[in-house]
Design a binder for this molecule. Structure first.
Ligand code: THU
Length: 133
C-alpha cells in the first residue's frame, strides 16, 4: 500500500470524527505488518481533557485486535489549512510500539502530505531501561 493510499483511508475516516467541541476532525490510518489497516478518529468529551486523539484510537483499536506490529501511520486533518502533526501525548504512546525509522505521514489534504519518522517527531526517546516483561 502506498502512503497516498494510506492517507486516503485516514482522510475518509476523519468524516467519522466525534468533534462537536473543536469542530476539528482528525482521522488516522495505521498500517499493520499483516497488511491490514486500522483507522481511528478523535473522540471528544464535554470534559474536554478526556478527549482521545485519532492516533491513539487507531492504536488502541489495533492492539485490541491483537495487532502490535506496525508499518506506517497516516493522519488527516481536513479542517486545517496545513498539515497537523501528532500531539506530544500521541508521540509518546506510539513510541511504545514503533522504532525510530517508522514512517509517519500527515496532511490536511492529499496535496500537502508531509513525510516524517517517529525518530524525527520524538527524538531523545527515553525510559527504555524499564524492560518489558
Ligand atoms: N487531535 C487529534 O486527534 N490528533 C492530533 O494529532 C491533533 C489533535 C484532536 C484532539 C481534539 O479533538 C482536536 O483534534 C483539537 O485538538
Amino acid at each position: 500500500m502506498t502512503h497516498n493510499e494510506l492517507f486516503a483511508l485516514a482522510f475518509a475516516a476523519a468524516s467519522k470524527a466525534y468533534a462537536p467541541y473543536s469542530n476539528f476532525r482528525v482521522g488516522a490510518a495505521l498500517l499493520c505488518d499483516d497488511g491490514t489497516v486500522i483507522t481511528g478518529v478523535n473522540v471528544e468529551n464535554r470534559s474536554y481533557g478526556l478527549t482521545i486523539c485519532a492516533e491513539r484510537t487507531a492504536l488502541t483499536t489495533a492492539v485490541t485486535q491483537g495487532k502490535t506490529k506496525f508499518t506506517a501511520l497516516a493522519i488527516a486533518t481536513p479542517d486545517a489549512q496545513y498539515p497537523v502533526s501528532p500531539c506530544g501525548a500521541c508521540r509518546q504512546v506510539l513510541s511504545e510500539f514503533v522504532q525510530a525509522d517508522f514512517p509517519i505521514y500527515f496532511g490536511s489534504t492529499s496535496d500537502n502530505i508531509i513525510a516524517t519518522t517517529m525518530g524525527e517527531l520524538f527524538p531523545f526517546d527515553a525510559l527504555h531501561e524499564l524492560k518489558k516483561q
